[in-house]
Design a protein around this ligand. Structure first.
Ligand SMILES: O=C(CCC(O)(O)[C@H](Cc1ccccc1)NC(=O)c1ccccc1)N[C@@H](Cc1ccccc1)C(=O)O
Ligand SMILES: [Zn+2]
Length: 592
């Protein structure tokens, strides 16, 4: 067993007592490195990770001894905890040189991504991803500028990482094979505790595809009117750089071009936020206030002291947003290079949703301080943001002028804005890990990395590259999660779950109107429902946890489809027979 004659219960107690300070030490080293990228901080971070790996391997071995000991009468919960202790991710790599190399490769890719910049012609301005390039992709309506930024970013990020990525795949697969997994994709899917996970998400994707096809067709028509049909390929694809986002993953930033009823309000509140002098702090306080209104806790004092809520001057940081549990009393943080606009106000709610989940399960045994499955963690903040974004709530907090409550056209404008975020995202959220699972399985060799990526982007998302792609391009690594070793199907799962959670909260609040107008602000019953699920962490299988809130035990696209029902009717009428795109992208994308 563990230490001399230790019982499972004693081991589990010792595991928590010894692991917490270890994890806090690693979290601090990680925080230092992400908020101040220097060689010294990076070396310290890699060293701390190696110590954690050695420590985790000791704990894993002891847990395995208990699990294999037939003479032991383990309780169900002890067995569940021991299995989770034994699942130590790529830290299972016992070859120190290989493990150090893997950590170094990931950190190096993340550093290239975070420090990359594109110097634009003819201005000569050199822009980083955040805020410069993101702002350009969001607000420019100049085809050539958009195309230059789109290509420049891929040249400065993905294109420089193809060899590193190949090494990452090889070393990661080797590490998880030590735990008995076929490859890294197999390991990542195991976190959803069901052997039918791949099929389940494929079924959901097929159910939601018609919604996406209709939105795609409507947006394509509006963009042709804006930019002229000649820059659109005859295959029906939408050029990727025209969609208001560096990865074409959400289209809310072109809502002004797509708004169905021009004379009615656009529900993007960026201008109103700026007019009211919204600060970054005010954005976080707005989110905190909504959670508090449900009976959730406020952010801790340490949160406000130690978070990094905007890009600091004079040092390199990893800007991509993240929420941190420092495994130390009250120490929760958000790292985010916030800009003052509607989209970031929603990201603030997303990040704070992670913090609220951390705080709700902090009294669980350490091994259970995780989401019921990764999709749950991504869905908390977005569920709240669905209520925050209702025109009714935005009027309550003074970001939208009162009026046109019973206005069908205003409702369609609102649902269009929400679809540009939630429906547009679905094929993107689905395809990232379709590509990665095929790479980890070995079905996509390095010389096919980029071709396979664009096959998925063209077939599933119906978008085409701004400019022709070359043999040396490696566009997947132009997306943070690919370089930072962060799984992505969790967001697709979240975009389905969040409408199930949202509907359950509305039902708990006694709301009976159209789903998309439900605002459960201040409703303690809705809060209680949500908390009853979230406080479980990963102590129960996720279907049990979900049942506590929604009464269901499976992912269900129903609430999402119900929410967008009125918009789908509108789109069907508008589009008639004009929708869809060819499977393959054009050989040569038309120039601007
Ligand atoms: O990446 C994010 C938000 C960052 C995060 O909160 O999901 C962050 C990503 C991350 C960063 C570093 C290491 C690991 C993950 N995730 C967390 O902070 C997190 C993850 C798991 C548990 C608790 C917190 N959103 C995705 C997708 C998305 C989601 C929602 C709305 C828009 C877009 C994106 O931008 O493509
Ligand atoms: Zn997240």
């Amino acid at each position: 067993g563990g230490a001399e004659g230790e019982t499972p219960a004693q081991f589990l107690e010792r595991y928590e007592r010894e692991t917490l300070p270890m994890k806090n030490m690693v979290a601090e080293a990680a925080w230092q490195q992400k908020t101040n990228i220097t060689d010294e901080n990076t070396a310290a971070f890699v060293k701390a990770n190696l110590e954690l790996a050695k420590f985790s391997q000791k704990m894993e071995n002891q847990a395995l001894v208990f699990l294999k000991d037939k003479s032991l009468q383990l309780t169900f919960d002890q067995r569940r905890q021991l299995n989770k202790i034994a699942d130590i991710d790529t830290n299972a790599q016992t070859d120190k040189t290989k493990l150090e190399r893997l950590q170094t490769v990931i950190t190096e890719m993340e550093q290239i991504y975070s420090e990359a910049e594109v110097c634009m012609n003819p201005s000569g301005d050199c822009l980083k991803l955040e805020p410069g390039l993101t702002e350009l992709m969001r607000s420019s309506r100049d085809c050539q500028k958009l195309s230059d930024a789109w290509r420049g970013w891929r040249d400065q990020s993905g294109k420089k990482m193809k060899d590193l990525y190949q090494e990452y795949v090889q070393l990661s697969n080797e590490a998880v094979q030590i735990l008995g997994h076929k490859d890294l994709g197999d390991y990542w899917k195991s976190r959803y505790d069901t052997s039918t996970f791949e099929e389940d998400v494929a079924v959901l994707f097929d159910q939601l595809l018609p919604l996406y096809q209709h939105l795609h067709s409507y947006v394509r028509r509006k963009l042709k009117a804006q930019y002229g049909p000649e820059i659109f390929p005859s295959t029906g694809h939408i050029p990727a750089h025209l969609l208001g986002n560096m990865w074409s993953q959400q289209w809310n930033n072109i809502a002004d071009l797509v708004n169905p009823f021009k004379n009615k309000q656009l529900m993007d509140v960026t201008e109103e936020m700026k007019r009211q002098g919204y600060t970054i702090k005010k954005m976080f306080e707005t989110a905190e206030d909504f959670f508090y209104s449900l009976g959730f806790d406020n952010m801790t004092q340490i949160f406000w002291e130690k978070s990094m809520l905007e890009r600091p001057e004079g040092r390199e940081v990893v800007c991509h947003a993240s929420a941190w549990d420092m495994d130390k009393q009250d120490d929760f943080r958000i790292k985010m290079c916030t800009t003052i606009n509607h989209e970031d106000l929603m990201t603030v709610h997303h990040e704070m949703g992670h913090i609220q989940y951390y705080m709700l399960y902090e009294n669980q045994p350490l091994v259970y301080r995780h989401g019921a499955n990764p999709g749950f963690h991504e869905a908390v903040g977005d569920t709240i943001a669905l209520s925050v974004q209702t025109p009714g709530h935005l009027k309550t907090i003074g970001l939208l002028k009162a009026g046109n409550e019973q206005d069908k056209e205003a409702d369609i404008n609102f649902l269009m804005l929400m679809a540009l975020d939630k429906i547009a995202f679905l094929p993107f959220g689905y395809l990232i890990d379709q590509w990665r699972w095929s790479v980890f399985r070995g079905d996509t060799p390095p010389e096919q990395y980029n071709n396979e990526w664009w096959k998925l982007r063209c077939r599933l998302q119906g978008i085409s590259p701004a400019v022709k792609r070359g043999a040396d391009d490696f566009d997947p690594a132009a997306k943070y999660h690919i370089v930072a070793d962060v799984p992505y199907i969790r967001y697709f799962v979240s975009f389905v779950l969040q409408f199930q959670f949202y509907k359950a909260a509305c039902v708990a609040a006694g709301y009976t109107g159209p789903l998309y107008k439900c605002d459960f602000y201040n409703n303690k019953a809705a809060g209680e429902k949500f908390k009853s699920m979230l406080q479980l962490g990963s102590s129960l299988p996720w279907p049990e946890a979900m049942e506590r809130m929604t009464g269901q035990r499976h992912m269900d696209a129903g609430p999402l489809v119900e929410y967008f029902e009125p918009l789908l009717d509108f789109l069907r009428k508008e589009n008639g027979e004009d929708y869809g795109w060819e499977e393959k992208c054009p050989e040569n994308p038309p120039p601007c």
